[in-house]
Design a protein around this ligand. Sequence first.
Ligand code: UDP
Length: 237
Amino acid sequence: RAVRTHRRRVLLKLSGEVFGGGKIGVDPDVVAAVAREVAPTTEDVEVSIVVGGGNFFRGAELSQRGMDRTRADYMGMLGTVMNCLALQDFLEQTGVDTRVQTAIPMSQVAESYIPRRAMRHMEKNRVVIFGAGAGLPYFSTDTVAAQRALEVHADEVLIAKNGVDGVYTADPKVDPQAEKISEISYQDALQRGLKVVDATAFSLCMDNKLPMHVFGMEGEGNLRKAIIGEKIGTVVH
Ligand code: UDP
């Protein structure tokens, strides 16, 4: 019989940018470093991960260059699966058990997305890596992160960012006056048009009272700290 554990459970969103180290494709050194930070947390925290695919394809960008949007979005979703496999490989090299579950069935490569099975894996200390987004064109992996977090009953959704370490009053790359916010409500973030995470993801979390922690990947130990529950970026609730 399944016993619901009362350990902390998180859903971590890693964007494709993380995997590419700023380039197209997968940089094994970067993925290995991510795996090394995640691995020790899995003793105490149940970890699931939604993986982006922007290091391969973004549907919206391909469609601006003449491709059919939905076909381009499927390319985007398939890209996320390659990132999942890379992360799976490096996590398993550290000795952590993992399962990849994809929203589009591809049985030789991964399990299909089965939420109850995903939760069971987490209870058994396996890291579950979700790929292929929602399996639906016109969605982003940020939105999928919010949805999966809700469906697997995560306590918090963790959004790891590159190049920015939280939510700011304005875009810090453009406005030198921009200040980091340590805590904000979804309502305020939406009203003020703060765009670190897409609005669909924000509103899904708001409607279902799921807290979010937006933090920067840069800095030794940041990923580990966020997973174990240290507040290093911005809490949105
Ligand atoms: N995508 C999609 N449906 C989903 C998730 C992703 O169509 O449910 C496609 C979309 O084209 C997106 C691409 O996959 O641009 C890669 O995902 P995303 O841009 O969210 O990745 P990230 O920016 O996090 O690297």
